[in-house]
Design a protein around this ligand. Structure first.
Ligand code: ADP
Length: 494
């Protein structure tokens, strides 16, 4: 769809939340302000839910589950295809909302919304995937089947950053396989990571209770999550967010014996070998490191370049990074918008300062104005610095050099995270062989660390979590039931 080259307009709005197919206020009657990170003004007023709201949403999802699980795939498919059409129709408006609520500039908004439409259109047919196997039995006459069944209620907890993609991925995949959902969006993006899905689902006529959205004020995430962990109806927590929060949730899931899917942070390396096309590697680095101001879990955090091409690489990288246009995300040509909050900017600021004070070289960027942080490249960063060893959610890239491919791979893998990686080389065979050695859930040879498609398995290992989205999500959102049929006259030992 062609978009006009003009500034996106967004009017502030008061929202309700969506429980059992109805728009309702919080049981407390209170709302909280949702801010535009560029202007600092209130963008929306959103219900500040309490435990009773979450309990109601879980009950609604549980009541809707049997009919939804039994609905034939063709009926589910029609609903998902209608949702895709609605999003396509509302694309410019949704882009405006993404810019206003999350600071997403056009390149990221135009990745998110068409991606979501594709997800809905592709996943609409996944209800036709095989739901099991017929298995041989050692007992003659016994007919054994492994049959995939939906789990029940899946509680989704989503972050603010890739608001629309992640909220749809979190809710849609469980629904495709017959589960009902309660979604708790981030308090930083309750509209685009939550309430907007309900508007679309309602217009598409999704049955009441199949998708419920509960919003909450800052500091109240745990109160809502308590309802998820403590309800016997909730059979799975589907979480995307930071490793720190993932760890807390995994501990609670252990206590309550809930299944949990975790897509967490990463310290994603890109390895550039001496035989790589330097310009292509630079372009992939700029895209991978700075899209959405470096606030995506798949962003490149580190580049490890082989020494013979390191100077040429750094020079081109600095030139491209410093030329990216910074400003209002609602303007069509802006590439770098604001960080989501003052706190986020403060953390990035502190980490850059720490590295520079410890002797790191600032190749470009580094000077922010409040939430506006320019693309920043650091070299010679000591390994004890936070920006070297922890995920830093901002437009900051660490560049290292290596004497050999083996050394570069060693540096790339020396992290407790394991989400994604990239590797550039002129030799495809060598690229695949080396990619095998990287310890992570996703590796792209001759591509940026950031590449996701609706059907492909996205997810990490180690501190980056577990579970896979896309076609593989059937593993996470169904369980296998063994069913047998005895034919003939069985003999028993007693
Ligand atoms: P990010 O910084 O990427 O937003 P977080 O892990 O802080 O990552 O947040 C991701 C999601 O986790 C948000 O919806 C947030 O409200 C939620 N969250 C944060 N802390 C908790 C908690 N203790 N229990 C349940 N959810 C939480």
């Amino acid at each position: 769809m062609a978009l006009k080259q003009e500034k996106l307009q967004v009017e502030p709005k008061v929202f309700k939340q969506f429980i059992n197919g109805k728009w309702v206020e919080s049981a407390s009657g209170e709302t909280f302000p949702d801010y535009d990170p560029f202007t600092g003004e209130i963008f929306a007023a959103v219900p500040a839910s309490i435990r009773a709201d979450a309990d109601r949403a879980v009950e609604a999802a549980a009541a809707a589950f049997p009919a939804w699980a039994a609905l034939p795939p063709i009926e589910k498919q029609k609903l998902f295809l209608r949702m895709a059409d609605i999003i396509e129709r509302r694309l410019p408006e949704l882009m405006g909302l993404l810019a206003a609520e999350t600071g997403a500039c056009r390149p990221f908004a135009m990745s998110q919304i068409p991606w979501t439409i594709n997800l809905l259109r592709q996943a609409a047919s996944w209800g036709y995937r095989s739901i099991g196997d017929v298995l041989p039995s050692d007992h003659s006459g016994k007919f054994a089947m492994a049959v995939r069944k939906p789990l029940g209620v899946v509680a989704g907890i989503t972050p603010w950053n890739g608001a629309h993609i992640l909220a749809w991925r979190t809710s849609l995949l469980p629904m495709v396989f017959g589960n009902t959902v309660v979604l708790k969006p981030s308090e930083e993006a309750p509209v685009m990571a939550g309430l907007m899905l309900a508007e679309i689902a309602e217009e598409a006529k999704l049955p009441p209770g199949v998708l419920n959205i509960v919003t909450h004020a800052p500091g109240k995430a745990k109160t809502i999550a308590d309802a998820f962990f403590e309800s016997p109806h909730v059979r799975c927590i589907n979480f995307t967010g930071s490793t720190a929060t993932g760890r807390i949730l995994a501990e609670r899931a252990g206590k309550h014996l809930k299944r949990i899917v975790l897509e967490l942070g990463g310290l994603n390396p890109l390895v550039v070998l001496r035989d790589a096309d330097v310009q292509q590697a630079v372009d992939a680095t700029v895209f991978g490191a700075f899209l959405h101001q470096g606030q995506i879990c798949l962003n490149t955090r580190k580049v490890i370049v082989e020494k013979p091409i390191a100077d040429a690489f750094l020079e081109k990288l600095a030139a491209r990074a410093s030329a990216l246009k910074i400003g209002d995300p609602k303007q069509p040509d802006t590439v770098i918008g604001p960080l989501i909050s003052d706190q986020a900017a403060k953390t990035v600021r502190e980490r850059v300062d720490e590295a520079v004070a410890a002797g790191a070289r600032l190749v470009t960027g580094g000077k922010n104005q409040g939430r506006m942080f320019p693309p920043t490249v650091l070299a010679d960063v000591p390994s004890h610095c936070m920006v070297f060893k922890e995920e830093t959610f901002g437009p900051v890239l660490v560049v290292e050099t290596a004497d050999s491919a083996d050394e570069a791979l060693g540096k790339a893998s020396s992290t407790s995270y394991g989400l994604c990686a990239g590797l550039f080389t002129g030799n495809q065979e060598k690229g695949l062989a080396l990619a095998e050695k990287l310890d992570c859930g996703i590796v792209h040879v001759n591509g940026p660390t950031m590449h996701a498609e609706p059907s492909l398995p996205n997810g990490g290992v180690k501190d980056s979590g577990w579970g896979r989205s896309g076609l593989y999500s059937i593993e996470d959102f169904t369980e296998v039931r063994l069913m047998t049929l005895a034919r003939g006259t069985p003999r028993y030992p007693i």
